[in-house]
Design a protein around this ligand. Structure first.
Ligand code: FAS
Ligand code: PHB
Length: 388
């Protein structure tokens, strides 16, 4: 088999790249290790920046997003028993859209299928080779038979645990990482959200986040120990702990119900530099991870593939400036998102190791943040997304 661009991974990065390339007339084949249902079953991000919505518009997959997505003009920060709204619209003129990653993935999958584009799901033992030369290849086993895909370029969109980044010689990579001592226990349920906007709560018992997927479907998170296990958390235990971390009037409004999904996500900050190795390009979680506090993970993946799709289309039009500068341009945006996500995580979570003084520093910074237009604007412009 042969194609122009071989994409490893059919998560949001791989699928969006395939859709953007198709709009530019560039042929791309996706190789994915899991089934479509497995990919759709992973409950992840929920907030889209306007730049991400713009890329989904460009890919021609945003009709349902515009029909069902919820525009949010702000968030609330809860601390010291009170809530304070950060007015994104008023401070930046921008909003975010609440629309689950699962739905973005579903829209991209449906569009790819409708255009008859090739995706090899349930590919086993995927390997990549030859990307340091002029004949890159992706190899895998499908139903026991060896498969080979010859291509001009490989896009590593295979996430943090994928095969592409590890296929690069360690000497060619520089890795930066911080692993946090806690994770997020997330619960999805078919109940009306406790508030019409997201509530991020810094509480002595730990961080919590009240989010949503629709007017009838809610998503909640609790900070938990990094070695915690989801089996230890009954639905009732989750609801009881969430109530403890919310201020009284929000806790009183909370509508509980059975968990449709419950899982624990570890938190880490991670960047691998550079993001290009010859004819292999890394994009999305394959190259970087942010703690989900700033709702940047999915949006960074989208901006990476927006730049990569343009660069590859320009290459086939005879201009290699985009592929030559891809890594440098992505990493500038990645590091800004890494900083914001680290800062917001440091501000909102409990760090017992920092002691009473550390907690007072958090309270002082939160008090300053909600009383200073300059500080609130800094949070708002990072949360809604910096310009591409
Ligand atoms: P993905 O990991 O989504 O997709 C990679 C794909 O590659 C997967 O389908 C995988 O099966 C496939 N793959 C892996 N290895 C392969 C191989 N060897 N061969 C072929 N295919 C392979 N971000 C937010 O903004 N907010 C959140 O609340 C949030 N919560 C998250 C919770 C969890 C548990 C995780 C892991 C991430 C979360 N994120 C969140 C970040 C998440 O949304 C990512 O940023 C987003 O999925 C990135 O998309 P991709 O880069 O496509 O990677
Ligand atoms: C979510 O709804 O899943 C979500 C929202 C905002 C975040 C993280 C997760 O910062």
């Amino acid at each position: 088999m042969r194609t122009q661009v071989a994409i490893v991974g059919a998560g949001p990065a791989g699928l969006l790249l395939g859709a953007l390339l198709q709009r530019s007339g560039v042929d791309a084949v996706i190789v994915e290790q899991r089934s479509p249902d497995y990919v759709l079953g992973r409950i992840r991000a929920g907030v889209l920046e306007q730049t991400t919505v713009g890329l989904l518009d460009q890919a021609g997959v945003s009709a349902r997003l515009h029909a069902e997505g919820l525009q949010h003009g702000g968030i609330e920060l809860s601390f010291g028993g009170a809530r304070h709204r950060i007015d994104f619209q008023g401070l930046t003129g921008k909003h975010v859209t609440v629309y689950g990653q699962t739905e973005v993935t579903r829209d991209l999958m449906d569009a790819r299928r409708a255009h008859g584009l090739v995706t090899h799901y349930e590919a086993d033992e995927v390997r990549v080779q030859g990307f340091d030369g002029t004949r890159p290849q992706v190899l895998w086993r499908q139903a026991g038979a060896e498969q080979r895909l010859d291509c001009d370029f490989i896009a590593g969109c295979d996430g943090f645990h994928g095969v592409c980044r590890p296929s690069v010689p360690a000497s060619a990579l520089q890795v930066f990482e911080r692993v946090y001592s806690f994770g997020w226990l997330g619960l999805l349920c078919e109940t009306p959200p406790v508030s019409h906007e997201l509530i991020y709560s810094n509480h002595p018992r730990g961080f919590s986040l009240c989010s949503m997927r629709s007017p009838t479907r809610s998503r909640y998170y609790l900070q938990c120990a990094s070695d915690d296990r989801v089996e230890r958390w009954s639905d009732q235990a989750f609801w009881d702990e969430l109530r403890r971390r919310l201020d009284p009037d929000v806790a009183a409004r909370l509508v509980t119900g059975p968990a449709l999904e419950k899982s624990i996500a570890p938190l880490r900050s991670f960047v691998a530099e550079p993001m290009r190795f010859g004819r292999l390009f890394l994009a999305g979680d394959a190259a970087h991870i942010v703690p989900p506090t700033g709702a940047k993970g999915l949006n960074l993946a989208a901006s990476d593939v927006g730049l990569l799709a343009r660069a590859l289309a320009d290459h086939y039009a005879g201009d290699d400036h985009g592929i030559e500068t891809y890594s440098e341009r992505c990493l500038r945006r990645v590091w800004r998102a890494e900083r914001f996500s680290w800062w917001f995580t440091s501000l909102m979570h409990r760090f017992p190791e920092t002691g009473e003084f550390g907690q007072r520093m958090q309270m002082a910074e939160l008090d300053y943040l909600v009383s200073s237009q300059a500080a609130s604007t800094a949070l708002a412009e990072n949360y809604v997304g910096l310009p591409l």
